[in-house]
Design a protein around this ligand. Sequence first.
Ligand SMILES: Nc1ncnc2c1ncn2[C@@H]1O[C@H](COP(=O)(O)OP(=O)(O)OP(=O)(O)O)[C@@H](O)[C@H]1O
Length: 403
Amino acid sequence: MVDEGARHATDASDDTATPPGEVMIRLRGVRKEYADGTVAVEGLDLDVRRGELVALVGPSGCGKSTILRMVNRLIEPSGGSIEVDGTDVIHADGPTMRRGIGYVIQSGGLFPHRTVADNVATVPRLVGWDRRRTRERVDELLGLVGLDAQRHGPRYPHELSGGQRQRVGVARALAVDPPVLLMDEPFGAVDPLVRDRLQIEFRRLQQRLGTTVLLVTHDIDEAVRIADRIAVLSVGGRLEQYDAPANVLGAPATEFVADFVGADRGLRRLAVTPILDEDLEHPPTVQVSDTTDHALALLEASHLDYAVVLDGDALRGWVSQQALRRGHTVGEVRRRFDDTVDCRDSLKTGFSEIVAHDAGWLPVLDGERYMGVLTPDSVHRALRRLLPERVDGELPRVVNLAV
Ligand SMILES: Nc1ncnc2c1ncn2[C@@H]1O[C@H](COP(=O)(O)OP(=O)(O)OP(=O)(O)O)[C@@H](O)[C@H]1O
């Protein structure tokens, strides 16, 4: 049997295993030894495809920032090769190359004595855009990141909230539409609620613009939420696993990865597990115009106490056996659900709704159309779907990888 973990971990160096898609950032045998002899990165191979968002995660000091900064040569590699969009970064002119690669750091890294508009205009001016084109672009970018050019443009960074500064940092990095964006803990300095929203907004923007993003984060949940692939690194920039979030959580390639993603990785996986038709349960359904006698007969035949009430295929509520004894038509005695779940939501969202409403079940809708109900049991089933094969009822094994 192919060792899944080994395949993922060697993904970048084994051409036959590299998933399809044009490579935008290619690292081969990259090494960084600092002047004091610290080897921060030793022989790293990594590919990032065009339009992909890749998160570098790992414990403090494992070389994440060093790797990121070597890509735009804020740090000079000691060995190996780095290509961005087919250009050899190591031999390119540093300042020119950096203008084509956006860079966002924690808390935005804005110039404090320049207005928001001037901050965003930095690179367009550097590359010689005229005033009008620059202004139009600044207005457009501020709008893109959810700020108002009239209101926020003339302010100074200290007159903004942390989340707003972060947005300006993203706008500034996107100013000349760079094909590649490097982000070092970009959402680290904002509070958790704002962070969640910024992450989702940023992910949408990145997908819309098709920007290739390499992002460093301490926060495994952030990586799981927004990355296409996660590179888990251990000390020395060693690539322990490089794979989609669901696989990193569901099938850690090494014990190091299993430890790093945490004992609660099962819960984390909820966030990246979609709700599928096959996960849903299908209690009896009755139409809102049915008689209560008809509905009671149905429930008695199915030995269940509740039925879902529909009008055609649109959800109209639910009825209990007890309630059905009190009316003539289902419509008179039905009750509404406290909430519904959208079939495009993650299992985490669905499960949170169940917990928040202290409900044993919630209906799942595709637009208006009723699809079935989600229960704690169905959440459990869906999670098991992602687990690697079990051997004789044992817990899934963690593959030990000696690289
Ligand atoms: N200028 C430097 N001189 C010497 N050693 C350095 C220098 N910069 C970083 N290092 C060392 O290189 C290693 C990797 O550092 P790096 O900042 O890349 O890690 P990181 O994974 O980004 O850490 P963190 O998550 O804490 O930011 C660490 O051991 C660090 O102490």
